[in-house]
Design a protein around this ligand. Structure first.
Ligand SMILES: [Zn+2]
Length: 94
């Protein structure tokens, strides 16, 4: 049973949850939670990439979302989806 629950295979997991007597709504909720935590980093990255794409579309790519200054080229080389310039980024992390 535990093996099934820890399985990466979705239908195995659903089977295990069903055997535990958890109904469909609860199953969905559990699976959603797990998916979100498993892909949280990727979802965040995707959101940044999407933001960068819309910045390109409106001609604001490479502009800091906080202070409107140009984001340093070295940052953009490292993180093409960066939203903040160096000083705003370091303000954020402090
Ligand atoms: Zn800035």
């Amino acid at each position: 049973m535990l093996q099934l629950l820890n399985s990466d295979n979705l239908s195995d997991k659903q089977t295990a949850l069903q055997l535990l007597g958890i109904n469909n709504d609860e199953q969905l909720e559990l699976l959603e939670k797990e998916f979100h935590s498993r892909f949280e980093d990727k979802i965040e990255l995707l959101e940044k990439i999407e933001a960068s794409i819309s910045q390109i579309e409106i001609g604001l790519y490479g502009t800091c979302a906080k202070c409107d200054e140009n984001i340093e080229q070295s940052i953009l080389n490292q993180h093409p989806y960066a939203q903040y310039c160096q000083s705003c980024q370091s303000e954020d992390t402090h």
